[in-house]
Design a protein around this ligand. Structure first.
Ligand code: HEM
Length: 275
């Protein structure tokens, strides 16, 4: 924990320098006005959701708040997507048939798009998207999501939760529960195929969270992971490196789901093999 705070302090200093020194004055003003608007919109929405718009939240938008926004966007947006892309490549390295199917889909799509990588990769590569959804099931970046009860509530079965209670939602456990996902440890992209997707029980699959505090960067994340995968798979065959286990052991101290052994893969340029 101490290391994490030192890391946050380091990052804050870096963002402070970026904001203060490394960008021109007009750019600084642009960045400030963007984050001020974004923060105020966000806070406005949050206060409305929590209090039905009755309470007004007043908050000073100072440098620390702006730096915190930069930091959270960087922290929440970088490691999460990189981890997902790594686990996805790891699963495709183990499942060459799915890798070849994804590559063929990418090649056909690039052919239709004159070789250009465009935003539509998010919606026009259904099999690759299924592979990403299945990867996020096996390796949800946040294995547990926490909520605080804002109003005491009694469920139909009699269970009561009091205001202020912290509830930890076991996302990883739900994703790997055989009751909801048969053979839960197997990588099966077809679970997310259009004809099967509707069988997924609501709230048993939530890699981006759920409700009003759902991941704000979900679409952006999908775009950058898909774009990265298109760029890699069109050129390289990915295989497990020697000694890379076929089952991941997780790093128990990590906040985000991460592998104890790292993820070691071999990339072979396809031209070299004459593919
Ligand atoms: C594969 C990539 C990503 C995954 C799996 C992921 C997952 C999550 C999850 C599980 C949460 C908590 C949601 C909840 O409590 O219900 C969250 C929150 C958040 N994410 Fe992401 N995320 C990803 C990428 C990104 C990106 C790219 C950004 C920004 C550029 C981002 C920004 C945020 C922010 C700001 C929050 C806090 C939202 C709030 O509290 O209202 N995330 N994310």
């Amino acid at each position: 924990m101490k290391n994490m705070f030192l890391f946050i302090e380091d990052c804050s200093k870096t963002f402070e320098l970026l904001l203060e020194k490394d960008i021109s004055v007009s750019r600084q003003q642009e960045v400030r006005s963007f984050f001020t608007r974004f923060t105020m919109d966000g806070i406005g929405t949050m206060s409305n959701l929590k209090s039905d718009g009755k309470d007004k939240v007043k908050i000073d938008v100072d440098d620390s708040l702006l730096i915190a926004q930069c930091f959270i966007f960087f922290a929440a947006g970088f490691e999460t997507s990189a981890t997902t892309a790594s686990f996805l490549l790891y699963e495709l390295a183990k499942d060459q048939k799915s890798q070849e199917r994804a590559r063929q889909e990418i090649r056909d799509w690039l052919h239709k798009r004159d070789g250009r990588l465009v935003y539509e990769c998010v919606t026009e590569l259904p099999f690759l998207e299924q592979c990403m959804d299945e990867t996020l099931r096996l390796y949800p970046v946040l294995g547990v999501i926490t909520r605080e009860v804002s109003d005491s509530y009694r469920f139909a079965d009699g269970l009561s939760v009091e205001r202020g209670l912290r509830v930890h939602l076991p996302v990883f456990h739900l994703h790997r529960n055989p009751k909801y996902f048969p053979e839960p440890d197997a990588f099966r992209p077809e679970r997310f195929a259009p004809e099967n997707k509707h069988n997924i029980h609501p709230y048993t699959y939530m890699p981006f969270g759920e409700g009003p505090r759902l991941c704000i960067g979900m679409r952006f994340a999908k775009m950058q992971v898909m774009a990265g995968l298109v760029t890699i798979l069109k050129k390289y065959r990915v295989e497990l490196a020697e000694n890379m286990p076929r089952t991941i052991e997780f790093e128990p101290k990590s906040i985000v789901t991460s592998s104890k052994h790292g993820i070691k893969l071999n990339f072979t340029a396809l031209e070299e093999r004459g593919v």
